[in-house]
Design a protein around this ligand. Structure first.
Ligand code: HEC
Length: 185
């Protein structure tokens, strides 16, 4: 027995329309909150000085040598915000979802995530690829394939840079993530 009896049944459709609208708004504007946050892009947390050429390339996609660094692909996200690896993999190298295409995520590029002794079957929380080494990382960055030979999503740009710059960049990816120093304003 219902405790409250309504005299008249209210039509349901305004409620349905309102719910659909609310969900749509939440997905468009709150995508980050609902589906996990995007990469940390906060410019105030950039290093005030780059400690290495590799770090410089990660943040700016410019080499200290002045040699050109270019990329193919990278999709819509790259078209929207040109920049270095930081644009998708974040200041803290933790990665994040690519807004507005929140269904795509850039993975973390920390030493643990890349070189942490992965099992290659997705049971270790590092995704489904095996541990990287200098050679496979080189291929991932320039050709967009993971250690298992699987093609990475085209949202990951395919990079061209001088051998030395690539070596410096990979050297940087082997270093622990630096404590972020928010610059005083
Ligand atoms: C426009 C966004 C974007 C930029 C900029 C970008 N990446 Fe990525 N990257 C991605 C995405 C998305 C993936 C995941 C692809 C997939 O899962 O298929 C990825 C994957 C990777 C992977 C594979 C990681 C893994 O777990 O297998 C490496 C390594 C990588 N990126 C390195 C870099 C480096 C180094 C740079 C800068 C030179 C860079 N990325 C710049 C979007 C980006």
């Amino acid at each position: 027995m219902p405790m409250i009896q309504r005299r008249k049944r209210r039509p349901l459709w305004p409620v349905i329309i309102a719910s659909v609208l609310l969900v749509a708004i939440a997905v468009v504007y709150g995508g980050g909150a609902i589906f996990g946050v995007g990469p940390n892009l906060s410019r105030s947390e950039w290093p005030t000085q780059f400690q290495s050429n590799g770090e410089r390339i990660y943040f700016t996609s410019q080499s200290a040598s002045g040699l050109p660094i270019s990329f193919r692909s990278g999709g819509m996200h790259m078209a929207m915000r040109a920049g270095g690896c930081v644009a998708c993999h974040g200041v803290d190298r933790q990665g994040g979802r690519l807004m507005p295409r929140f269904w795509l995520a850039a993975p973390p590029l920390t030493p643990a995530a890349l070189f942490g002794g992965q099992d290659g079957n997705g049971q270790d929380g590092h995704g489904d690829h095996a541990e990287y080494n200098a050679e496979t990382l080189r291929r991932a960055i320039t050709e967009g394939v993971d250690p298992g030979g699987k093609s990475l999503n085209p949202e990951m740009p395919r990079w061209s840079m001088a051998e030395q710059d690539l070596t410096d960049l990979i050297g940087f990816l082997r270093t622990p993530v630096r404590a972020l120093h928010p610059s005083p304003r």
